[in-house]
Design a protein around this ligand. Structure first.
Ligand code: NOJ
Ligand code: CA
Length: 549
């Protein structure tokens, strides 16, 4: 057994399997067609049985929902559509009783335009302290009718909105309803530290930090060329000052036992990504290079190596993510001729035909590959059922600002957020209680009758059965989760590696991404495979196996 390097070396989050719960689409307890905390409470046992260690909740706070809750008007409450603070307390207590930890989403880059601080700022005069908490600037041109600079919103259009008849504009890197905080203002820093304490005191075991690399801006607001890479010279992405903020957040978290800080950092350069983790900063960051990687052995191997090397240098565990609420679902991505992904080019990917059978086979193989890698792993709700991206939602039902603010140029993220199918033969598939007057907030495909929790609970070949088996084995097997890994020699297109156990032996993982069946490497026993072995015990294409050695 490796000697723990520090008390943290055995910390729960170094090996955890974390379920991403998108409340709006998980389960509807009161029949209004929108998921809520009553629905969560009714299904906590399902998550405990699935074998995950923690649940990350997408934002559950009071919000006008201009960006599905990423526009928060009160960081210390629960939106009435989801329930009450008492419901959140109950969720935390009941989850803890089942051995599940709770991670909440904190959104520090921007508030809602309905947040009391922003309303106060709008009512206050130019240059007042209330306005200093955000980015108000005079417009350009004789009458101030041009925005202060040419920055673009990530959701399309300018990153500035003019304040009524005044000559002032405010900055929003996302929608106009999401004004950016000015992190140079000390009251903003104090407030967020207090918000962290508020939730840690209520029992939250960690926070996921939204848009974590964007918080600090160059106050001279220079133009941002589309080619300028994130980094110290970028006007707002991944500037050095942002690390100061997380160092103070780490001090807050360190004041509580076993709390984790997880950064959502979309940085293409893995070496800059790894700068966010370490003993005095964040504990982990999401691994988007892995998620964006095509289903290709060489490409995956290099992302895996780079991820592990950089995290080892920082003394932090890697994370492995196959999908989330912002990207196309994995079954769909892997069923396309181009199986990579890039948030900025979603429309391009949507033009490919999707082979769902192939995508599902690959997603199964990817699940075993991912869960065998060293570090922690995420499961985005519905991934365990093999749900696909719903690409044909009628326009009038779509809600994502990314779609309508780009005039449809970006198809938007609604297709990965369709309510879960729980049981039964037709929509709402048990998402809402029987006889509910309201339909689910996004329509569920009829074909999902085969992908309900009920339908998948029994059959040995279902995605749910595979996830349950893999998660339970992963948790019971000391060689999996955090720890060492060594590559084995393998043919082109095949990934094979060992996860050695402390006393000898361990788990050997092999993933066949080549076009032909391959022999399994030497092993004492087959633990689990993502598909049946073929004649002579060969591992077919797009299939993975866990072996005992
Ligand atoms: C990243 C979140 O995952 C996404 O859903 C959201 O729209 C943006 N940050 C803005 O908060
Ligand atoms: Ca509801």
């Amino acid at each position: 057994m490796q000697e723990p390097r520090s008390p943290e070396a055995s910390a729960w989050w170094r090996s955890a399997a974390i379920y991403q719960l998108y409340v709006r689409s998980f389960a509807d307890g009161n029949g209004d067609g929108i998921g809520d905390l009553a629905g969560v409470r009714a299904h906590l046992r399902y998550l405990a049985d699935l074998g995950v260690d923690a649940i990350w909740f997408n934002p559950w706070y009071p919000s006008p929902m201009a960006d599905a809750g990423y526009d928060i008007s009160d960081y210390r409450g629960i939106d009435p559509v989801f329930g009450t603070l008492a419901d959140a307390d109950a969720v935390i207590a009941e989850a803890h009783a089942l051995g599940l930890r709770i991670i909440i989403d904190v959104v520090p880059n921007h508030a809602s335009d309905q947040h009391p601080w922003f309303r106060e700022a709008l009512a206050a005069p130019y240059g007042s302290p209330a306005r200093e908490r955000f980015w108000f600037r005079p417009g350009r041109g004789a009458d101030g009718s041009l925005p202060p600079n040419g920055w673009h919103s990530m959701f399309g259009g300018p990153a500035w909105t003019r304040v009524g008849e005044q000559n002032e504009w405010y900055l929003h890197l996302f929608a106009p309803e999401q004004p950016d905080f000015n992190w140079a203002d000390p009251s903003v820093r104090r407030e967020f530290e207090a918000v962290l304490r508020f939730w840690f005191d209520r029992g939250a075991d960690g926070v996921r930090i939204d848009s974590a690399a964007l918080l600090t801006k160059d106050p001279s607001l220079p133009e941002a060329s589309p080619d300028s890479p994130p980094g110290p010279d970028h006007p707002y992405a991944d500037r050095d000052e942002v690390h100061e903020i997380y160092r103070s957040w780490r001090q807050v978290a360190d004041g509580y036992p076993a709390r984790v800080l997880i950064g959502e950092v979309w940085i293409p350069d893995p070496s800059r990504l790894a700068r966010y983790v370490g003993p005095d900063e964040l504990h982990t960051v999401f691994n988007f290079p892995y998620l964006s990687c095509p289903w290709d052995a060489t490409a995956l191997r290099s992302v895996i190596d780079e991820t592990l090397d950089l995290h080892a240098l920082a003394g932090a565990p890697a994370t492995w993510v196959l999908s989330n609420h912002d990207v196309d679902r994995v079954v769909t991505r892997y069923g396309r001729a181009d199986s990579s992904f890039d948030l900025a080019r979603r429309a391009y990917f949507h033009r490919f035909p999707v082979d769902l059978e192939l995508g599902t086979r690959r997603a199964r193989a990817a699940a075993l590959l991912t869960m065998a890698l060293p570090g922690s792993v995420y499961v985005y709700q519905g991934e365990e059922l093999g749900l696909w991206e719903v690409q044909d939602i009628p326009d009038e039902l779509r809600q994502d600002p990314m779609r309508w603010r780009t005039g449809g140029a970006d198809p938007g993220r609604d297709g990965s957020r369709v309510p879960l199918p729980w049981a039964g033969q037709e929509p709402p598939f048990g998402f809402s209680p029987p006889g509910s007057a309201s339909e689910p907030w996004l329509p569920q495909p009829k074909e999902w009758r085969e992908l309900t929790v009920e339908a998948e609970a029994g059959p040995p070949g279902s995605m749910l059965t595979l996830y349950r088996s893999a998660l339970h084995i992963r948790r019971a097997e000391p060689a999996l989760g955090d720890g060492p890994m060594t590559w084995l020699p393998s043919r082109d297109g095949v990934l094979a590696f060992d996860r050695p156990a402390a006393g000898g032996g361990g788990v050997r993982c092999v993933a066949n991404l080549s076009g032909a069946p391959v022999e399994l490497p030497a092993h004492a026993a087959v633990i689990l495979t993502s598909g049946s072995l073929v004649s002579g015990g060969l591992l077919p294409p797009d299939t993975s196996a866990w072996l005992r050695f």
